[in-house]
Design a binder for this molecule. Structure first.
Ligand code: PLP
Length: 368
């Protein structure tokens, strides 16, 4: 069985060496040594100032909303993983969708300003599939209207924008380190905070709002990462060069083998790629479903990332219909992409797709 992604497992002996360390210290959670080490190493690796590790990417978004004191309405993209929207709703914030650019699949800044009201407190865009949003234009709109910007950067690990970390844009960017993501800590996530003065508050918000020993300063929650997760992160971080290289090789082979029959999203010109997803756009929903079932028959499970469009979620009431997002969601598949996917498996996936689309002639690079 081949899935859209597969958890990267680092060297077991190296992980067990960390486990020995944890058993010796007896310190398993609550801002332990390994969590602090991982924070320092990630800040250095990513080229960012302030990082706070948390239990998952969803709670990272929720903490960001509380940290920036959002209320009322939040303008966001309908084309993302469900957590971008559900985290707003479960924090009593009203998502107001603004449609995506159908070429880049990111929130189109042209659609934001119309939707700003006196209740709007923030914009929550997503660097979907690691493709950078138009951060400069979004920042200008936010400044003009006094809004906060929180980027759901769950897909944007390691992405550079104009030569520096993309994560330095917005008031806060959030990451997910779930096992299915490019870089992972089993379960985990992070807040990248631009304003130094908010870091301390984020640290007590993730620990029930407790500041010091006996004082509760604010309404917090439990969002802590534990030492076993941090140990996994330290191991995976050591291997990131290889992970990124392998993903790029697989991505490039899909691209050169399928670009004549599929449409791919257009990349932001100022941004680098991390090659963590291969989203492929088909001509119609029927063709998408046909290809999906042909792959299923062969034990290959791409995912309809991202489907459904979030304006159609059952708990969203009276949303304006997001035409671009709904159309894209109906005809997109993310193809299997992970370190360890063999060339042979990839050739098989490509030929099943071409056969189903009746374009059996292979591009020459496959015949090699
Ligand atoms: C994975 C993901 C999340 C949620 O992260 P978890 O760590 O699974 O909670 C949020 N947003 C996007 C865009 C994601 O892909």
């Amino acid at each position: 069985m081949i899935n859209v992604t597969k958890t990267y497992m680092p060297d077991k002996a190296k992980y067990l060496a960390y486990v020995d360390q944890i058993f010796e210290s007896g310190w398993v959670t609550n801002n332990g040594m390994l969590v602090r080490e991982l924070e320092a190493r990630l800040a250095d690796y990513l080229g960012i100032k302030n990082i706070v590790l948390v239990a998952n990417g969803t709670i990272a978004l929720e903490i960001a909303y509380r940290l920036l004191k959002l209320d009322g309405e939040v303008i966001t993209t309908p084309f993302s993983f469900v957590a971008t929207t559900s985290s707003l709703v479960s924090n009593a914030l009203k998502p107001i969708f603004a449609d995506i650019d159908p070429k880049t699949l990111t929130l189109n800044p042209d659609n934001i300003e119309d939707r700003i009201t006196d209740k709007t407190s923030a914009i929550v865009p997503v660097h979907v599939f690691g493709n950078a949003c138009e951060v400069d234009r979004i920042q200008a709109i936010a400044e003009k209207n006094n809004l906060k910007v929180i980027y759901d950067a769950a897909h944007a690990f390691g992405v550079q924008y104009k030569g520096e970390s993309l994560l330095n844009h917005g008031d806060v960017s959030t990451l997910s380190f779930h096992a299915t993501k490019l870089f992972h800590t089993i379960e985990g996530g992070a807040l990248i905070i631009n304003d130094d003065s908010l870091v301390e508050e984020a640290r007590y918000l993730i620990n029930f709002g407790i500041d010091g020993r006996d004082s509760v300063k604010a309404l917090g929650t439990n969002a802590k990462m534990n030492e076993f997760e941090a140990a996994m992160g330290l191991c995976v971080l050591n291997d990131m060069d290889k992970v990124l290289h392998d993903c790029k090789v697989i991505y490039d082979f899909y691209e050169s083998s399928l670009c004549d029959i599929l449409t791919l999203p257009i990349d932001n010109l100022h941004s680098s790629k991390n090659y963590s997803y291969f989203p492929a756009l088909f001509k119609s929903e029927q063709q998408t479903l046909d290809v999906q079932s042909a792959l299923h028959e062969n034990g290959i499970y791409p995912r309809r990332y991202f489907y459904p469009s979030l304006d159609t979620l059952p708990y969203i009431i009276d949303a304006e219909k997001m035409i671009n997002s709904q159309t894209i969601a109906s005809r997109i598949l993310a193809l299997p992409l992970y370190p360890g996917l063999s060339r042979e498996e990839q050739v098989n996936i490509i030929s099943i797709i071409r056969k189903k689309m009746n374009i059996i002639i292979m591009r020459p690079n496959i015949l090699k």
